[in-house]
Design a protein around this ligand. Structure first.
Ligand SMILES: CC(C)(COP(=O)(O)OP(=O)(O)OC[C@H]1O[C@@H](n2cnc3c(N)ncnc32)[C@H](O)[C@@H]1OP(=O)(O)O)[C@@H](O)C(=O)NCCC(=O)NCCS
Length: 321
């Protein structure tokens, strides 16, 4: 077996390997997008990622048995990281150790130098890749999934003095305040994302692609109000999925949720999610998706209690050099 960086010929064969695997995955979970790479093609995208990152293809006599391609990114705006999404790696069934061998080759040949964070996303059903990465000291960092039909159906009744409604433009400053608290939450242990709080990015409501805007086509923000004050919000936007295999402009993705600390555990997030799902239904959206850090116990506890079906999971390794 030979190991080489990806080139045009190898990219075409690597794509065929992925497409066969993806067909199996879609036969179990049709929620994944059928046409992942219409423009540009999957092979072009792989080549582009590889030229801005690192890649390896395992091949023998013209047959590709596996590949990894990753782009170098700034992890949460700071650390140099390698990011290989779920469509950017695949191994054939023959060799259980191939993913490990390819990752080892990338490191030993110096292709990962300078990265102290390495992220490989994978389909949650891909038990073999998960075990291989776990043995390489990767741990689950982020989970993305789709809500099942029982979401937000049962749970505690909301306090009588809390009203859930659609956000208005006047709510936006209060939503940004709550979102800033969400950032602080994600910076604290055990999530500890290392976000730059001094450069909080969502405050500028006039920015072209501001995270929060009301009204906005294909987006909805639900808020919880008590005594004239916002105590929580949940925002969603079509096509904001992290995973390319799940990204769909007809599918809303929850891209922000926060309940004031003293109001938690009273069913407010559940009522907001019901409101978001009601809006999505009105838009004929086939699903609603969300992603969250697995180190965030409140988020993990909440979303998984809402009949969320995890579909893609990002595995991360942090190396101190
Ligand atoms: C996650 C969050 C939005 C949940 O809000 P909430 O209003 O407290 O949630 P609810 O009261 O509607 O909880 C409904 C169910 O979720 C689950 N749940 C909620 N908080 C939980 C926690 N801390 N641990 C485990 N399960 C939890 C429970 O099953 C709960 O039902 P139960 O009380 O009958 O057991 C809130 O904790 C929060 O704002 N956290 C900080 C910000 C954040 O992490 N946002 C999510 C980013 S992806």
């Amino acid at each position: 077996m030979k190991f080489d960086p990806i080139d045009r010929d190898l990219a075409e064969s690597a794509v065929q390997l992925f497409e066969r695997r993806y067909e199996q995955i879609r036969s179990v979970s049709p929620v994944f997008e059928l046409n992942l790479f219409e423009e540009p093609s999957h092979a072009e995208t792989l080549l582009d990622w590889a030229s801005n990152g690192a890649s390896v293809v395992a091949h023998e006599d013209g047959v590709v048995h596996g590949y990894i391609a990753g782009r170098f990114i700034k992890f949460y705006g700071a650390t140099k990281a390698l990011y290989a999404p779920e469509w950017a790696h695949c191994v054939s069934d023959e060799d259980d150790k191939l993913l490990t061998k390819m990752y080892t080759w990338l490191g030993r040949e110096g292709h990962l130098s300078g990265t102290t964070v390495q992220i490989i996303s994978m389909f949650v059903d891909d038990a073999r890749s998960r075990d291989a990465m776990a043995n390489l000291e990767f741990g689950v960092h982020q989970i993305e999934g789709v809500f099942g039909s029982r979401a937000a159906m049962n749970g505690p009744a909301m306090p009588a003095d809390v009203v859930v409604r659609a956000a208005t433009p006047d709510d936006l400053p209060a939503i940004v305040d709550l979102d800033r608290k969400l950032w602080e939450h994600l910076n604290r242990p055990p999530v500890s994302l290392g976000l730059d709080l001094t450069a909080y990015p969502h405050a500028d409501l006039d920015a072209e692609n501001a995270k929060y805007k009301v009204p906005r086509q294909g987006a909805y923000i639900s808020v919880a109000e008590r005594g004239g004050e916002l105590v929580g919000f949940m925002s969603c936007r079509n096509g904001a999925q992290e995973s390319r295999a799940l990204r769909n402009m007809s599918v809303p993705h929850v891209n922000g949720a926060f309940i004031r600390e003293d109001m938690r555990g009273a069913g407010i997030a559940q009522a907001l999610l019901s409101d978001v799902l009601r809006w999505a239904k009105g838009e004929s959206a086939p699903n609603v998706t969300v992603d969250f850090e697995s180190t965030n116990p409140e988020a993990a506890g909440f979303w998984l209690s809402q009949d969320l079906r995890p579909l893609v999971s990002a595995f991360t390794r942090r190396i101190s050099l």
